[in-house]
Ligand binder design. Structure first.
Ligand SMILES: [Zn+2]
Length: 240
């Protein structure tokens, strides 16, 4: 497995363990759900790598994310999710309703690329002259679609509703406000909202720095426990 594949797997796994805590309730159930999550993740992993490479080859700058949004809409629709489109530009929302009652949680991913003439070092180079996914939003979009896929396959055990929010125009800092101005929170009513940003560290590494990393944040306490396979670590997160 190449290091970029390993990194994508690490990102997917880390996101699932956080989401597992929120969506599947108690400890024993979390362990069982984790194994099912791992199985489905393994099944779709190669297709996600291909999808991410496709997005990487056709990057679109802020406000121009038309092709990317079509890819997202097609994927979510094929999963059978309720899909809302053209929110604050090319923003997309997918709504997954679990079979059991529970919280309403949103997972947000950004979609846009950046103007860049830097050399593309990967085999699946950008085909859009002067535009590159150098901020990793191709990975963010793919991870969100992967989570949507895996959780859709666990719909019967899923407690509550998961909203998948694909936000355009992150790089020019306009997309989040544009989605809200366009009625995002009339369409969805999340009690909690999660997102992540990739960064080029080796797979398996958890990194932090002194003082703040983002403009707004909450502190998390993480406890690690071995899963049933005796290898995978499950992280239990508690917001302070
Ligand atoms: Zn970014």
């Amino acid at each position: 497995m190449t290091s970029s594949k390993k990194n994508l797997r690490a990102v997917l796994t880390l996101n699932f363990i956080f989401l597992t805590i929120s969506i599947f309730g108690q400890t024993a159930e979390i362990d069982r759900s984790h194994l099912k999550i791992q199985e489905q993740t393994d099944q779709i992993f190669d297709s996600l790598v291909n999808l991410r490479r496709d997005l990487h080859m056709y990057p679109e700058v802020s406000g121009n994310e038309q092709r990317t949004s079509i890819k997202i809409i097609e994927y979510l629709t094929a999963l059978g999710l309720e899909v809302k489109t053209n929110i604050g530009g090319y923003g997309v929302v997918g709504i997954l309703k679990g079979a059991k009652p529970g919280k309403k949680i949103a997972w947000r991913a950004d979609m846009d690329a950046m103007p860049s003439k830097a050399t593309d070092v990967v085999d699946f180079k950008s085909k859009n002259e002067g535009v590159r996914h150098i901020c990793g939003h191709d990975v963010h979009t793919t991870v969100a679609l992967g989570i949507a896929n895996v959780l859709t396959h666990q719909k019967e055990d899923l407690e509550g509703t998961v909203y998948f929010v694909f936000q355009p125009s992150e790089e020019n800092i306009k997309g989040a406000l544009a989605m809200m101005d366009d009625g995002l929170f009339d369409i969805i009513e999340p009690e909690e909202m999660y997102a992540m940003h990739v960064t080029p560290f080796p797979a398996g590494t958890i990194a932090t720095k002194p003082e703040e990393m983002f403009s707004d944040y909450k502190q998390l306490n993480l406890t690690f426990q071995k899963a049933l396979d005796n290898e995978t670590l499950i992280a239990f997160a508690k917001i302070k």
